[in-house]
Write a protein that binds this ligand. Structure first.
Ligand code: HEM
Length: 267
């Protein structure tokens, strides 16, 4: 029997493939959150990190493609399993399906669709950078003089809008819920959910997903309420009188001049 058939055609194969693809995506969101939490450190940290990712060039595209294919498989199999469940119910198996399980899978679908809409918006917002004006996507220079995109200010500017901040909070809330249910189903599909382990795994899962939500919410709320501030003089609209030895930033004029030079060198 060929492996594609086992993983994508048989019912158990589909569940295992969904579990594995979901776990890969879970790994990505945890890694992504760890990177984003650098917003609480000096702006150079997250800006240098984003610059490093961008400098990966073709390797970054391989990772992006891998994530896209993984997400595509996860969504496609979710749709297939939903259709199969519907057909099975029409054939008269409804008594075997508990109301609780039906509601949970319905919420999984609804939360999955909202998270998908969020990801599309999020990519346009922070990666393609087309949802705002040029001023929403500033540049800066690192303490060592490297010109980079100012992801730190970009995030704060984004979350200063309460509607956008609210949409992010709702989406990461739904994603956290989706992850909690998804991880428990994953343990079941992979046969790891035994009587002894069930309670423990469920509790650990809930703790991880609540922490995941709180980590993301902390970023959005801190940016929205001004607890993390824009430190790029050009964006914040202040002029430092001298080069700043504490944060490493130059005066606003010097920052503007360096960026101008680097643009001229590139063209
Ligand atoms: C409060 C929550 C979040 C914040 C603050 C945030 C922030 C960011 C930022 C700043 C970028 C652009 C990085 C850069 O261009 O250097 C980005 C990219 C991205 N984010 Fe998020 N993100 C959040 C939640 C999520 C979630 C929940 C997902 C997925 C479910 C996600 C998926 C992505 C993806 C796929 C990219 C594109 C990465 C790439 O290809 O370069 N993000 N995010």
């Amino acid at each position: 029997m060929n492996i594609i058939h086992v993983l994508f055609r048989s019912s158990i194969g589909k569940k295992v493939t969904m579990a594995v693809s979901g776990f890969i995506l879970f790994g990505f969101v945890i890694g992504h959150l760890s990177g984003n939490l650098q917003i609480f450190a000096h702006p150079d940290k997250i800006n240098a990190y984003a610059h490093f990712l961008e400098s990966l060039g073709p390797a970054l595209w391989v990772i992006r493609l891998f994530l896209l294919v993984t997400a595509g498989i996860h969504i496609w199999l979710a749709a297939q399993l939903t259709l199969e469940n519907r057909q099975a119910r029409q054939k008269g198996y409804q008594k075997q399906v508990t109301l609780r399980a039906t509601l949970a899978s319905r919420y999984m679908r609804v939360s999955g669709v909202i998270v998908l809409v969020f990801i599309i918006y999020h990519l346009l917002h922070f990666t393609v950078r087309v949802t705002g004006s040029e001023a929403d996507y500033p540049d800066t220079i690192l303490a060592d003089g490297t010109p980079v995109r100012d992801v730190h200010s970009m995030m704060i500017l984004g979350f200063q809008n309460p509607v956008i901040a609210g949409f992010y909070l709702l989406s990461v809330g739904l994603l956290s819920w989706h992850l909690a249910h998804g991880l428990v189903s994953m343990f079941q599909s992979l046969g790891l959910r035994t009587r002894t382990w069930t309670r423990f795994l469920e509790r650990v899962t809930v703790v991880i997903c609540v922490l995941y939500f709180l980590g993301n919410a902390a970023i959005v709320v801190a940016a929205m309420t001004g607890n993390v501030r824009i430190q790029n003089p050009k964006v914040a609209g202040f002029t430092c009188r001298t080069d700043c030895e504490v944060c490493g930033a130059m005066t606003a004029d010097a920052v503007a001049e360096t960026l101008e030079d680097s643009k001229e060198n590139q063209s």
